[in-house]
Structure formats: structure tokens, C-alpha cells
Design a protein around this ligand. Structure first.
Ligand SMILES: Cc1cc2nc3c(=O)[nH]c(=O)nc-3n(C[C@H](O)[C@H](O)[C@H](O)COP(=O)(O)OP(=O)(O)OC[C@H]3O[C@@H](n4cnc5c(N)ncnc54)[C@H](O)[C@@H]3O)c2cc1C
Length: 288
């Protein structure tokens, strides 16, 4: 059991880990990739660098420093998080499962908007972003999952025990081999969602029309908003809402950096991490 799992190995996540590790908390950082900094060629506005530094180099330096302190950092993708018990969350990744007393989201801004026509029109009327939350409403029905990655496969798997059939729509992204009686994979591009008041069908670019009652959007990687919906974390304009201690409305779950509202800059992400690291320590001390 970890004291804290931090999701994201950008400046916000790594900064948090420096404070939790130095407080002797059992800390695990899980990050998929280099996040926003990978795209930043030249950083000229961050304290302490008289010459410009690339985002990648700054990030590598940060990770190196955390490793020297003994922080455990995994390169992996988080697919789902479930509440097991009071102060016990299970984090499921592509490679494994980990339990933790507290969680820190440092997942950056990865809000995706689907390019499929009518997704917004049917939000709440057949379009869902959470298989665990909404799957029950579609029991015995025919549904679709939109996406081609591990996250989409995970969402489809969650639905298997509940629904009648699942059309996994890769939207032309890639071919998926999946063996399940209930899941049928369609590799064509998705043209549009169709229906009168509520969702009734999905149309592919070869004019195939698949009748469905619901579609679960799971394109790309699970974002902070996807996790927020599943865990009951309050959001505003797709950002996690936090208090002065960087805690969300769910006790023991914190959020830092670009996945929260406010300035999207490294200095702010690092400062958030420092505050959250100290707050996690206080939180754990108070529940003991
Ligand atoms: C092109 C560009 C230029 C920029 N230039 C500057 C600049 O000059 N100065 C400045 O101060 N700021 C700059 N920024 C902004 C800065 O990069 C961000 O504010 C900062 O990186 C935010 O840090 P973060 O840790 O919150 O998020 P990020 O750095 O985006 O890190 C997010 C982390 O979360 C991980 N993650 C997300 N979802 C999952 C999941 N499901 N499973 C596992 N891991 C996950 C990602 O892999 C990544 O490790 C720039 C940004 C861009 C895009």
C-alpha cells in the first residue's frame, strides 16, 4: 500500500513527489509520457536558468533529481481508479495494479474533443464518458465504445457483463484484434451519431448504420476529467476544482498543475506540487 500515488510525471507531479518523498511517505509516480513540456522548445521564463533550456531537458533534470531522492517513477498509462475502502484506492495501469491511501492528479490538460458529428448533441442522451458510472443504464442494450487504445478496450471490458452487445469503433485509428462474443470491432471512420431526441444509431463512412442506445467516448488516454467523473470529483470547465491545500472535494484526492484552473505555466505547476506534497503529509497525519 502506497501512502501516495501521483499520476503524471510533469513538473507538477515530480514537484509533489519531492515533498512527499522527503516526508518519508511511500510515494509512487506513474506517468505515460513527457506531457506538455515535450512540445516546449525553449523555456526562458523559469527561475534559475540564465540560458534558455528545452522543455525535455528541464523535465529530464526534474525526473533525475526525484530519482536521486529515491522516488519510484513508472512509465505506464493509468486506465482506471476505483474506490476500494476508506483511504484505499486501486489504480489500474496497463502493466499492473497499485493500492494507495491518497492520490494526486498531475495529469495536465489532455481534454480531447471528439471529431465525430453530433457527439455534443447527444451528451446525456446516449453519449457517456464513463462505463463504470453509466454502464448500468444500458443493461441488456446494444452500445458502442469509441476509441482504439487500451483505455477504450478497458471501457468495453467494463461493459461486457452488463450490455447485450458492444460495437468497438476505432474510427479508422488502427486495427484491433479482440476476441469476445459480445464485442465486435469496426475499423472504419465514424461519420455521425443519429437519432431524434436521443441517440439511436451510429453511421460509418461506408454507410453502415449500427443501431445503438448508448456510446461511450474513450478516445486517446483517460484524462483528469474522465477520472473526475468516475470518482465524483467536482470539475469546472473540465478542470478539477481544488481548495487552498490543493485537495478536491473528495477527501484524500488532490490535483495540481494544468489539470486545475488557473495559470498554465511551469512555475505554477511546481508551486502547486510543493503545496500538495505538504498537504498530503498533513492529511495522512490527521487520519492516523
Ligand atoms: C508548446 C508549449 C510551450 C510551453 N512553453 C512554456 C514556457 O515557456 N514556460 C512555461 O512556464 N510553461 C510553458 N508551457 C506550459 C507548461 O509546459 C505546462 O504548464 C506544464 O508542463 C504543466 O505541468 P503539469 O505537470 O501540470 O502537466 P504536464 O507537464 O502536461 O504533465 C502531465 C503528465 O500527466 C501524464 N498523464 C496524463 N494522463 C495520464 C494517464 N492516464 N496515465 C498516466 N499518465 C498520464 C502525462 O504523461 C504527463 O506525464 C508550454 C506548453 C506548451 C504546450
Amino acid at each position: 500500500m502506497y501512502d501516495v500515488i501521483i499520476i503524471g510525471k510533469g513538473p507538477a507531479g515530480i514537484s509533489t513527489s519531492l515533498y512527499t518523498q522527503r516526508s518519508n511517505l511511500k510515494t509512487l509516480v506513474i506517468g505515460k509520457d513527457k506531457g506538455a513540456l515535450e512540445k516546449a522548445d525553449k523555456i526562458e521564463n523559469y527561475y534559475g536558468f540564465s540560458n534558455a533550456i528545452s522543455g525535455s531537458e528541464l523535465l529530464e533534470n526534474g525526473i533525475e533529481g526525484a530519482k536521486k531522492l529515491g522516488v519510484q517513477i513508472l512509465t505506464d498509462e493509468v486506465l482506471s481508479i476505483s474506490y476500494e475502502d476508506v483511504n484505499n484506492y486501486k489504480v489500474t495501469t496497463k502493466e499492473g495494479e497499485y493500492n494507495t491511501k491518497t492520490l494526486v492528479f498531475a495529469t495536465g490538460t489532455t481534454r480531447k474533443t471528439s471529431n465525430v458529428e453530433n457527439v455534443e448533441k447527444f451528451e446525456g442522451k446516449g453519449v457517456s464518458y464513463c462505463a463504470v458510472c453509466d454502464g448500468f443504464f444500458y443493461r441488456g442494450k446494444d452500445v458502442a465504445v469509441l476509441g482504439a487504445g487500451d483505455y477504450a478496450i478497458h471501457e468495453a471490458t467494463e461493459l461486457v457483463p452488463l450490455v447485450n452487445s458492444i460495437s468497438l469503433l476505432t474510427n479508422g485509428a488502427k486495427k484491433i484484434e479482440l476476441r469476445s462474443d459480445k464485442i465486435k470491432v469496426y475499423d472504419n471512420s465514424v461519420k455521425r451519431l443519429k437519432g431524434e431526441e436521443t441517440l439511436e444509431a451510429v453511421e460509418l463512412d461506408d454507410n453502415t448504420v449500427i443501431p445503438i442506445s448508448g456510446i461511450f467516448i474513450a478516445e486517446g488516454t483517460a484524462s483528469s476529467t474522465d477520472f473526475a467523473k468516475k470518482l465524483g470529483i467536482q470539475t469546472e470547465n473540465n478542470y478539477m476544482v481544488i481548495d487552498d491545500k490543493k485537495m478536491t472535494n473528495v477527501p484524500g484526492i488532490f490535483a495540481v498543475g494544468d489539470c486545475t484552473k488557473g495559470l498554465k505555466q511551469i512555475s505554477r505547476a511546481v508551486a502547486d506540487g510543493a503545496i500538495a506534497g505538504i498537504s498530503v503529509k498533513e492529511y495522512l497525519r490527521n487520519i492516523k
